[in-house]
Design a protein around this ligand. Structure first.
Ligand code: ADE
Length: 263
């Protein structure tokens, strides 16, 4: 894999765009937003307001890479966002990544992108890179917040047998497939051994941000191990554990971010 290019971009003026794939995830974050005004564009409902003193625009990404690329472009072109954050759940892949853990993407790869022999597997042809970077400052704020939040997980976490959730930073992989098979998860890990978690949106947002030279971050709560064991109770986990934890991490991280520099 190539070295990461373009990490650490300066946050520009303009609101922070926040996306989630699922309504429960978005609703939890929306509860933090003051004076939300809504607009409808391209089948998306966008909510503008203030979160811990920062201008934000929140919306559902839609599920999968194309929907997410569309929504990211919309946030940049129509709402002038200066940076983007994706928050949602993911399947844990790495050996130590368990249900309830927090994963912050350092880089993202599209595990289902293969234009070989025209260019190497995973390479995004128009960018000439395979690992798409996230912004180290946004990520650092989220990691610090996550380390605090995992010390006191929601009471409901105990009902899912979660003990002490951990915080991981590294490679997250995205593709247009929900992984729910031990064999598929093993194949992905064999092909991309550093992958911590798998989801369906993050790399698409990161690709658009790379094209626009905008900073981004991806925060994921691990909801399953991407295997064929029936998941505990996905909806309950989402509403009682994952969404409240993500909301608390975002609240603390955004409060700690400096206001963007003008210009
Ligand atoms: N999001 C949450 N769990 C996932 C999985 N197993 N595969 C893809 N996306 C996910």
């Amino acid at each position: 894999m190539e070295p990461v290019r373009g990490a650490g971009r300066q946050m520009r003026t303009g609101p922070l765009g926040i996306m989630s794939a699922l309504p429960e995830e978005l609703a939890a974050i929306l509860a933090l937003v003051d004076e939300a005004k809504t607009a409808e564009v391209a089948g998306r409902r966008l909510h503008r307001g203030q979160l811990r003193g920062h201008d934000v625009v929140l919306t559902l990404s839609g599920m999968g890479k194309v929907a997410t690329a569309l929504t990211t472009t919309l946030l940049i072109e129509r709402f002038g966002v200066g940076g983007l954050l994706f928050s949602g759940v993911a399947g844990g892949l790495g050996p130590g990544v368990q249900v309830g853990d927090v994963v912050l993407a350092r880089t993202l790869v599209q595990h289902d992108l293969d234009a070989s022999p025209l260019c190497p597997r995973y390479q995004v042809p128009d960018l000439g890179m395979d690992e798409l970077p996230t912004d180290h400052r946004l990520r650092a704020a989220l990691v610090a917040a996550a380390r605090t939040v995992v010390q006191a997980p929601p009471a409901a976490a105990a009902a899912f047998g979660l003990k002490q959730p951990r915080v991981h930073e590294g490679l997250v992989i995205s593709g247009d497939r929900f992984i729910a098979s031990t064999a598929q998860a093993a194949t992905l890990l064999k092909e991309l051994p550093r992958a911590l978690a798998v989801e369906m949106e993050g790399a698409a947002m990161a690709q658009v941000c790379a094209a626009y030279c905008l900073p981004c971050a991806v925060l994921r709560l691990v909801s399953d191990r991407a295997d064929d064991q029936a998941h505990v109770d996905f909806q309950r986990f989402l509403s009682e554990v994952a969404s409240p934890m993500s909301r608390e991490i975002i609240s603390r991280a955004v409060a700690a971010w400096p206001q963007p520099a003008p210009g």
